[in-house]
Design a protein around this ligand. Structure first.
Ligand code: CU
Length: 358
């Protein structure tokens, strides 16, 4: 691969030098054969290619939007996600309109004013009024967009622990897995430090801290729907990133410090599975799996299990060899189901006393 890339770089460098020497020769007007100077026929051709190029771009864009729509994220499963999606949509629509106008005009003018022997270019130095207009419009639009974005950002990042009755969860990242720690009845996470990691105490909870005793450590993230969840993130080793795309949430997880993010889930796992978008998507995936299973069975292998949708917490920083597989299932459920699940989990105290008894 490296050899291949080196060859390409050398070849491109050679072409650049050759082209530059041609430009130098042309600019000096020495020994230019007629075939090197564009005539009207060439200009016509180039103009038409310009038009065809912009048409091709938009056809390709439309095709990609339709063809790959199943890769888009479904509707948001968190409260702030609605605002986030709106900001994203407004930005995308604005960018689309601007690029459509500018790109179409750019290519159309290249066609309309293509070289012609009978036409002479007009020397036009400047126009203050025009320059003012095309400066002030982007300034206003961009300032509006940035200010709107800042307001949305502060809304999302304003994490108030005293407001309502939030669930406090620690997300612990390490190469290459996640663990979740619930604050328990006292809503207060016990202290933790990497030095306390030993045996069953996989995330270094401080056993001398009374707040730690009712903490619950789990390998699956269960969240009650409609209640704010505050995540406190720690990393054992390198930089990770907690990425929950369905909840429009992402935060770096940095060794040596605690980072935070909070959101309120608004759709349970089951509700998301029932959504029109997800039903269609799962159907498409399962059709592909069915075909693949046929091939596998023909080869004497086991068929694939049918796919069902689940939320996931993923790592979004390349943190090592198994980064791609660093994930934890998220289950959003009713408050009752969540409480029932939490009750079934062992507290930190139960876990360490079980170890001591052995
Ligand atoms: Cu990671």
């Amino acid at each position: 691969m490296t050899v291949f890339l080196t060859i390409i770089v050398i070849a491109l460098f050679g072409i650049t030098i050759w082209q530059m020497s041609k430009i130098v020769n042309l600019s000096q007007g020495v020994g230019i054969p007629d075939s090197q100077i564009a005539n009207d026929e060439d200009n016509n051709m180039q103009g038409k290619i310009m038009l065809a190029f912009v048409a091709f771009l938009y056809v390709l864009m439309g095709y990609c939007f339709i063809q790959y729509r199943s890769y888009f994220l479904p509707e948001t499963a968190s409260e702030h996600g609605i605002e986030y999606d709106r900001l994203m949509m407004i930005s995308v629509v604005l960018i689309m309109i601007v690029q459509l106008i500018t790109q179409v005009l750019l290519h159309f003018f290249a066609y309309k004013y293509r070289g012609n022997k009978d036409r002479k270019a007009l020397f036009y130095a400047d126009n203050d009024k025009l320059e003012f207009i095309w400066t002030i419009i982007p300034v206003i639009v961009l300032a509006g967009l940035i200010i709107y974005g800042l307001f949305t950002w502060t809304d999302i990042m304003n994490i108030d622990e005293n407001e309502g009755d939030p669930v406090i969860v620690e997300l612990y990242a390490k190469q290459f897995a996640w663990e979740a720690r619930y604050a328990g009845k006292d809503s207060e996470l016990g202290k933790a430090n990497v030095r306390f990691i030993q045996g069953v105490n996989t995330i270094g909870v401080d056993a001398s801290d009374p707040y730690a005793m009712d903490d619950v450590i789990a390998n699956e993230l269960h969240l009650p729907v409609g209640r704010k969840v505050i995540f406190k993130m720690r990393s054992q080793d390198v930089l990770h990133s907690a990425y929950m795309p369905h909840f429009r949430a992402q935060m770096n997880v940095v060794p040596g410090m605690i980072t935070e993010f909070a959101y309120t889930p608004i759709l349970t796992t089951e509700e998301m599975r029932q959504s029109d978008y997800m039903v269609e998507k799962v159907q498409t995936i399962n059709e592909i799996r069915k075909e693949k299973s046929k091939e596998l069975v023909a080869k004497g292998d086991e068929p694939l299990e049918p796919y069902t949708f689940d939320y996931y917490l993923l790592c979004n920083k390349i943190c090592g060899a198994s980064h791609y597989n660093m994930q934890m299932k998220i289950v959003v459920e009713s408050e009752e189901d969540y409480n029932a699940w939490l009750k079934k989990q062992k507290t930190f105290k139960e876990v360490i006393s079980a170890q001591a008894a052995n």
